[in-house]
Design a protein around this ligand. Structure first.
Ligand code: ING
Length: 316
């Protein structure tokens, strides 16, 4: 039986700084209902989906900063999402700011979870590639202080099993925003036989250190997810927080990419929008068993020697 999983890329438009979590969750629940009405098994929300993208501001008050984090998941504001997952039999990926008491100290991460159709957390990931900077840089039109507000993730890139019912098991992986620009993200998951990578993002059109890239923001967004999908024989779902959010224009361009590298579904607005695709997980094998058969064609020993600057194996 074909393992076809129907996925909804649930793009969110701008979230205002003063918008409450309850108001955002209302928007997300509307997308969950729409997804279920269209036969979805899984819905993917953006990075930091419960609040505005707060790293765009320099803040010094830890209390003000911590107002953008969740101390529990589910918590009072997000329990409704978990209840909806069970009621609708619909899994979801959610990006959020995680504040955790761990090892006797307070840790803060840019985190994503995957919740199954029964409302259980089956995967957790903490963002590893934190872009931007740690100190206030007033020359910028807006800040990008992820290195100030978050620690580097400490969970690696774990792939995990998901059960979509009716005999459809799949291997999922997660990443967050800037992670999607680094080939290692997909390859580490690819080496775990991942079949679908879920990625939420907040991507400003303007990149202050490299304004010459601005016109290519959509091209680069699609390039990295299409190549990651093809080179690892996996589906990739990339979902934006889009539009003009507190004066910063963020790309939409949410897409669902097949293991072939083809974009099979895309959002066309910068608001709340669902792009849906029927994803046949068995299509991954067409690439994992041929062109990207790692066991047959990869040369990890060579890579290791080159990385350790032993150079390539000398000719016989
Ligand atoms: N945002 C951006 C991203 O990687 C960025 C940062 C923008 C990097 C443009 C390079 C170019 O999509 C997050 N949140 O990582």
């Amino acid at each position: 039986m074909a393992r076809i999983v129907t996925v909804g890329a649930a793009q969110l438009g701008p979230i205002a700084r003063l918008e409450t979590r309850a108001q955002v969750v209302d928007r997300m629940l509307a997308l969950m209902s729409e997804a279920k009405g269209n036969g979805c098994d899984l819905i993917v929300f953006p990075e930091l989906a419960l609040t505005t993208f707060f790293p765009r501001w320099y803040m010094e008050s830890q209390a003000e900063i911590d107002g953008f984090f969740e101390r529990a998941m589910p918590g009072p504001d997000t329990q409704r999402l978990f209840d909806a997952a069970q009621r609708l039999q619909l899994g979801f990926y959610l990006g959020y700011g995680e504040l955790a008491e761990q090892g006797g100290r307070t840790r803060r991460f840019n985190t994503a979870i995957t919740v199954d159709k029964n409302g259980r957390v089956i995967g957790k990931y903490r963002k590893i590639h934190l872009p931007g900077h740690a100190e206030h840089e007033p020359w910028r039109r807006f800040q990008h202080l992820e290195k100030r507000y978050f620690e580097v993730g400490d969970l690696g890139f774990p792939a995990f099993h998901a059960d979509f019912g009716s005999g459809r098991q799949g291997i999922l992986g997660m990443a967050i925003c800037n992670d999607r620009r680094w080939p290692e993200t997909y390859r580490i998951l690819g080496l775990q036989a991942v079949e679908m990578v879920l990625i939420g993002y907040n991507t400003p059109v303007h990149n202050p250190p490299a304004p010459e890239h601005d016109a290519l923001s959509h091209f680069h967004n699609e390039l990295v997810m299409q190549s990651g999908a093809y080179q690892n024989g996996t589906w990739v779902v990339g979902v934006a927080k889009a539009g003009n959010e507190e004066g910063v224009e963020q790309i939409g361009n949410s897409i669902i990419v097949a293991p072939s590298g083809e974009i099979v579904a895309a959002c066309t607005t910068t608001g709340d929008e669902l792009a849906i695709a029927r994803c046949d997980l068995d299509l991954c094998a067409s690439y994992k068993n041929t062109t990207f058969n790692f066991a047959r064609h990869r040369e990890p020993e060579q890579y290791r020697m080159i990385v350790e600057r032993k150079g390539a194996v000398p000719p016989a």
